[in-house]
Design a binder for this molecule. Structure first.
Ligand code: SAM
Length: 482
């Protein structure tokens, strides 16, 4: 199995592999890094030639460039015409350690940069092509934790939709390349129940997600993405209506799931396939039912407790789902609603009086301050006119009239403006003394817009099946005194 950039991204970006450009906090673009001099990703913040993004340590700030049409003739000319010697561009390091002296077709843009981040389910959720509503990070983190998904587990999901949950689930079940095959189960028993052991070993080695989607184009898109992302050994996407067809994989004794996530319009219609025994079909004769029972397979691992979660936007859907769960023997049924809010913590200016500020660029924060400030300006202006009257240097007086400019007086008591350097030094000194980052009142605000599609999460548990053989084994292991 080739390493997936989602599961093992390595320290640097690689050619012909997925990377994400973080343009803003919530704006990420997924790019397949092509090892070609002409490959460029254009964004509103500038163009990012792929050659400047390959072999770059993850997290690096990468600069935007102006691209002059690849290696086309005359690009040097155009570059000169565009005034290349403007401080950005020729010879400047481009963040990759390369020197652009020899690059004829690109130059650093005046502004624009991004951060190069490795593919992660969280980043993919923000950047993926939306084909449906998706499950967002706060929801799937909570769901996977409540489903107790661990490396080596087998999870069944329907519907796949845009594959947001699928990617998070793949990482959660992944057991590491080259790790030892999962050898036992909750009872400490070894494999040997007649199934294809080689196949089971392979699945157990990495953990597995079986994802079902009845919309054919969506299923195909996700299959392609999974392949591109190197996740095909961890995820199997099947195009199927699970209400009708259930969750078993044809020609294999699988999934043997211990975790189930249903993001479907009618989860109760899929629940009948998630049981330990065949569903009762009242329209069939007893004989037919018995025949069905012999060929029927459960998609659940008989040796493990199964944890289930359904994701539904309406309470009516929840009611029907809970009803079906009770009838089918699910226990510990519980509904949760997640409300995700991001809290923005920052410092906010308080009154100048409180802060003791009288400095340059200080804007009034209260009415009292504004009045005081006006009085100051008026006083300075009247001093200016008085100075004019007394035939003082008009330049010096002008400076004095400007309330935003500081002033010094020399020995002869003449007004002299501060030089630019002196003003900068004064500001630096003020910043050092005032600890400007600690100024203002610490406030926190919740962001009004919530980037989650809120739904009701219903959790339930199906205890492991218990056979006569298990009972006897347990009796031998823990003999009673009777
Ligand atoms: N969880 C997905 C994600 O995070 O990207 C989004 C799922 S989307 C809200 C619901 C999906 O269920 C749709 O793509 C829809 O086609 C699929 N679906 C609806 N009924 C289905 C059925 N009977 N069998 C399989 N998939 C079904």
């Amino acid at each position: 199995m080739a390493p997936s950039p989602f599961l093992s991204p390595g320290p640097t970006s690689q050619p012909n592999s997925l990377a994400l450009l973080a343009l803003r906090r919530d704006q990420l673009t997924a790019i397949n890094l092509k090892d070609s001099p002409d490959a460029v990703t254009n964004t509103r913040f500038g163009s990012f030639p792929h050659k400047t993004l390959i072999n770059v340590p993850w997290g690096t700030q990468v600069r935007a460039y102006t691209v002059h049409g690849g290696h086309a003739k005359g690009s040097k000319k155009r570059k000169r015409a565009a005034g290349k010697e403007s401080g950005h561009g020729k010879g400047e390091a481009n963040g990759t350690g390369e020197n652009e002296e020899d690059d004829d077709d690109i130059e650093a843009a005046a502004t624009g940069f991004a951060h190069l981040v490795p593919p992660m389910p969280e980043a993919w959720t923000v950047s993926l092509p939306h084909r449906t509503q998706v499950v967002y990070t706060p929801d799937y983190s909570y769901v996977l934790q409540r489903l107790r998904v661990r490396p080596g587990d087998c999870l069944v999901e329907a519907g796949s939709g845009s594959g947001s949950f699928t990617h998070a689930a793949a990482r959660a079940v992944f057991d590491g390349y080259g790790s030892q095959a999962f050898q036992g189960n909750e009872m400490g028993e070894k494999e040997g129940d007649g199934e294809d052991v080689g196949r089971r070993r392979k699945r157990k080695k990495y953990g597995h997600v079986y994802s079902f989607e009845y919309h054919e184009p969506r299923a195909k898109c996700l299959q392609e993405e999974i392949k591109e992302h190197g996740l095909e050994d961890v995820v199997t996407v099947t195009n199927r209506d699970v209400y009708e067809g259930g969750f078993c994989v044809e020609g294999a004794e699988e999934p043997k799931a211990n975790a189930v996530f249903l993001d479907l319009p009618a989860p109760w219609m899929a629940l009948k396939h998630l049981s330990r025994s065949p569903p009762e079909k009242l329209d069939l004769s007893i004989d037919q039912q018995n025949r069905d029972a012999r060929t029927w397979r459960s998609p659940l691992d008989p040796r493990r407790t199964v944890h289930l979660c359904t994701f539904s936007p309406c309470i009516e859907q929840v009611q029907r789902t809970v009803e079906a769960m009770r009838q089918l023997g699910w226990v510990d049924i519980e509904m949760t609603e997640l409300l995700h809010k991001r809290i923005d913590v920052r410092r906010e200016r308080v009154g100048l009086q409180e802060e003791g500020l009288r400095g340059v660029n200080a804007n009034p924060a209260t009415v009292e301050e504004a009045i005081e400030r006006l009085r100051e300006v008026e006083a300075r202006t009247s001093r200016f006119f008085e100075a004019q009257k007394e035939n003082k240097s008009s330049k010096g007086a002008k400076e004095e009239a400007d309330p935003l400019k500081a002033e010094v007086k020399d020995e002869a008591n003449e007004v002299k403006p501060l030089s630019k350097k002196q003003r900068l030094d004064t500001i630096k000194e003020q910043v050092k003394e005032r600890k400007i980052w600690k100024e203002g009142r610490l406030v926190h605000r919740t962001e009004p817009e919530m980037k989650t599609h809120t739904s009701y999460l219903v959790f339930a548990v199906l205890p492991r099946s218990w056979t006569q053989e298990d009972e006897e084994k347990a009796a031998r292991k823990w003999p009673t005194n009777a």
